[in-house]
Design a protein around this ligand. Structure first.
Ligand code: PGA
Length: 251
């Protein structure tokens, strides 16, 4: 059985006291009522220490939203994988479409970031997904395949076994336009097939593949019921405790 995950991607939202209120509400709920999934909050880096304190005392787990491709040194404003590891942060988002688009992150750079994380025993939540133009022209499978081939498929099998994949069609992110459960399943199955072809059936069967893009309290159950959808990477709906909690119990 592969690990099911619901991860909240807060992006650049919340002030400190709001962040603490949200984490404590979620942590209390999942400690009272054990969910069928790992629950992760991907918080802005300034909140990682606070979130880590909750992780020590509860079932909640933390993730960073970004990491440097460099090991250490004169890179003002950057955060290294070793720093995250020294704070026991278990996960980090890599390759989110907003970082690809606004910060020019390429497949090659994302591979280097992934390698830094793996060197420090941190699991990357590696995001892939096509833009609307590619979906409309029927090129979406090629795009997703090339994002994998040019980055994480360069890892060996042992390394790859620590990767969580998040399929996030860019046209569905923050737009309220969700992929249908059938569209999500079709792509997740395709991704799992690529992993099997590249590595083997066991690795493919064990890889957690999350769906992201306007997943919310109303549509999570149907999306998560698809055979190859192992949970979600949730943006907007993870900012409201009641909504995020409902998603957590959608399996
Ligand atoms: P959304 O964002 O749920 O607000 O669409 C998902 C994401 O960007 O990870």
């Amino acid at each position: 059985m592969r690990q099911k995950i619901v991860a909240g991607n807060w992006k650049m939202n919340k002030l400190f006291h709001e962040a603490e209120d949200l984490i404590s509400a979620v942590a209390n709920e999942i400690d009272d009522r054990e969910p069928d999934c790992e629950v992760i909050v991907c918080v802005p880096s300034v909140f990682l220490e606070m979130a880590g304190d909750y992780a020590e005392e509860s079932q909640i787990r933390t993730a960073a939203q970004n990491v440097s491709e460099h090991e250490s040194g004169a890179y003002t404003g950057e955060i290294s994988a070793a720093m995250l590891a020294s704070m026991d942060i278990p996960y980090c988002i890599i390759g989110h479409s907003e970082r690809r688009k606004y910060f020019g992150e390429t497949d090659d750079l994302l591979l280097r970031k992934t390698e830094r994380l793996l060197d420090n025993s941190i699991k990357p939540i590696f995001c892939i997904g096509e833009v609307l133009k590619d979906r409309e022209s029927g090129n979406h499978f090629n795009i997703v395949e090339s994002q994998l081939v040019n980055s994480v498929f360069k890892l060996n099998k042992d390394e790859f076994s620590n990767i969580v994949i998040a399929y996030e069609p860019v046209w569905a992110i923050g737009t309220g336009k969700t992929a249908s459960p059938e569209q999500a399943q079709e792509m997740h199955k395709f991704i799992r097939g690529l992993i099997e072809k590249k590595y083997d059936a066991e690795t493919a069967g064990k890889t957690t593949v999350l769906y992201g893009g306007s997943c919310n309290a109303n549509n999570a159950k149907e999306l998560f019921s698809q055979a190859d959808v192992d949970g979600g990477l949730i943006g907007g709906a993870s900012l409201v405790a009641a909504d995020f909690i409902k998603i957590i119990y959608s399996f």
